[in-house]
Design a protein around this ligand. Structure first.
Ligand code: CP
Ligand code: NVA
Length: 319
């Protein structure tokens, strides 16, 4: 029997992906299951025309390798065309308001992928755009990386609810995204950070309340060993993110105890996976031994960006 592409969800059509806080667990699981199906059935012809005749704009204010390429390939893989805008080459770089840009682009394209320094910029874009907006990373969240990482973990563990997911390092956009997705999917998320770099308290409170409804939990600790103890997955990210205005050397020195190395990994479950959204700094937040070691799934995570993004684009944009 020829596998058919499942119908795009009418509930998701026209929706944006901003932080996933606005998505229900069922909707998130739908994106993940379609992504898994797309990965398993790459040759289904229907998929190549699912967004035929449509265009998606991509705006990048910050550098990117994975996001830029995976969105580009994914959009074209669904039959739509891509318009790539580098911030500085567009009128945004000369100060044209986001409200005008959003309304103008909405007259030309069917969706907008955006990577921006400030989360409120993406929220503004969504407010003014008449087409779905896909957050490709802000200072606050990186929802598609969290979806790709959830898919990766699902592939490895066979389920997500009840897993212990530990992130150690800076309380940054990745920490936030893991709290959101973990809370939505009933996972036990532990975030290990120094107090001064802890995730935003409002988001922590939101995630804890959300997790209480899904059977998961969100816990903040300062001790990295306590954070990873008994974990099914240990995740790290750069100590200094793009656009972070701190003194890099000072912050890296303060974060050094949060490096994921072989000694720290031993405290997790024996079959635990190591995760990193990449790019990684070997010798800083993770040792080369762990990053390149048998527990590392970092390239599966990168690969899965393609499928979760194609899945979301399909459900949100297909007719
Ligand atoms: N993980 C990730 O978003 O990578 P890029 O910055 O290369 O897009
Ligand atoms: N926290 C990192 C993620 C990069 C994909 C950053 O924002 O730079």
């Amino acid at each position: 029997m020829v596998e058919r592409l499942q119908e795009a969800s009418s509930q998701l059509k026209g929706r944006s992906v901003i932080s996933l806080m606005e998505w229900t667990p069922t909707e998130i699981k739908k994106i993940l299951s379609t992504a898994q199906w797309m990965k398993a059935n790459p040759k289904v012809a229907e998929m190549r025309y699912a967004l035929a005749g449509k265009s998606v704009a991509m705006i990048f204010e910050l550098p990117s390798t994975r996001t830029r390429v995976s969105f580009h390939v994914g959009i074209e893989g669904l039959g739509a065309s891509v318009v790539l805008l580098n911030w500085e080459d567009s009128q945004l770089g000369r100060g044209e308001p986001i409200s005008d840009t959003a309304r103008v682009l909405s007259r030309y394209v069917d969706g907008i992928v955006v990577r921006a320094r400030r989360h409120d910029m993406v929220q503004d874009l969504k407010k003014w755009a008449d087409v779905p907006v896909f957050n490709a990373l802000t200072d606050r969240t990186h929802p598609f990386q969290a979806l790709a990482d959830a898919l990766t973990l699902w592939e490895h563990a066979g389920h997500l609810g009840g897993l212990k997911f530990s992130y150690v390092g800076d309380g940054n956009n990745m920490a936030h995204s893991y709290m959101v997705v973990g809370a939505k999917l009933g996972m036990h998320v532990t975030i290990g950070t120094p107090k001064q770099f802890a995730p935003g308290p409002e988001l922590v409170a939101w995630a804890q309340a959300e997790a209480a409804m899904t059977g998961g939990s969100v816990t903040l600790v300062e001790d990295p060993e306590q954070a990873v103890f008994g974990a099914d997955a240990v995740a790290a990210d750069v100590f200094v993110s793009m656009g972070d205005t701190v003194d890099e050397d000072t912050k890296k020195a303060m974060m050094a105890p949060y490096q994921v190395n072989a000694k720290l990994m031993k405290l997790a479950k024996p079959g635990a996976v190591f995760m990193h959204c990449l790019p990684a700094h070997r010798g800083e937040e993770v040792t080369a031994e762990v990053l390149e070691g048998p527990q590392s799934v970092v390239f599966d995570q990168a690969e899965n960006r393609l499928y979760v993004q194609k899945s979301a684009l399909y459900h949100c944009l297909a007719d």
